[in-house]
Write a protein that binds this ligand. Structure first.
Ligand code: SF4
Ligand code: SF4
Length: 194
């Protein structure tokens, strides 16, 4: 794991403005690590290789990725890059689902004490965001790098997005998420909850 730019004191003083705005972006290596952890837990630690799976994107089944995503704290999102729409995975927002239609929202892992994930399990987009006291923080995991990293996974991510996005919208899932998030924000304002 590349260490990144831990800015502990600056970020503690800030209280996580970036994490209140949106969940940070995973790199594929983060996704593969989390999938391995999940696979290992699902099998009660009985997998001989500890759940590690080094399959290349072309060999990974969308169903496998989808199953992990649904149970994870992550969501598929997209941005427009140099080569067009780029799907990637980021941390999920509180109250929302694995289809990240919510552009803004508080990261599911943020607590009163800061990020609940140990540093080595934080996504690359979090580890590579260099905190600055003046809040002009610098993201070293660039869109260009993300586009290159996630390029091989586009067919898989697009397949899952297309399968679920309209379905969840028609079922009213996103409206319910939005309502739950508004309730959460109101309770937080009233009770100092976070
Ligand atoms: S990276 Fe910047 S915005 Fe995020 S917690 Fe640190 S100082 Fe605040
Ligand atoms: S995973 Fe941690 S560092 Fe990344 S956005 Fe969430 S709370 Fe912030």
């Amino acid at each position: 794991m590349d260490k990144g730019y831990e800015s502990r004191k600056i970020c503690k003083d800030c209280g996580g403005a970036c994490c209140k705005n949106s969940g940070c972006s995973l790199a594929p290596e983060d996704m593969l690590r989390e999938m391995a952890e999940w696979r290992n837990e699902e099998n009660s630690g009985k997998i001989p290789d500890g759940g590690k799976d080094v399959r290349q994107p072309a060999e990974m089944a969308a169903a496998d990725l989808e199953k992990w995503l649904q149970r994870s704290d992550c969501a598929i999102d997209s941005f427009t890059g140099a080569a067009g729409l780029c799907y990637y995975i980021r941390m999920r927002h509180k109250c929302f689902t694995f289809i990240g239609v919510d552009a803004m929202g508080e990261c599911i892992a943020l607590t009163d004490q800061g990020c609940s994930l140990p540093y080595e399990r934080r996504p690359r987009g979090g580890r590579f965001l260099e905190g600055r006291a003046d809040r002009h923080c610098e993201q070293h995991y660039t869109r260009e790098q993300m586009e290159a990293d996630w390029g091989p996974y586009q067919p898989l991510l697009k397949e899952i997005w297309n399968r679920w996005r309209d379905r969840l919208e028609q079922e009213g899932m996103f409206d319910r998420c939005e309502e739950a998030y508004i309730r959460y924000q109101m309770e937080k304002r009233q009770g100092g909850k976070r």
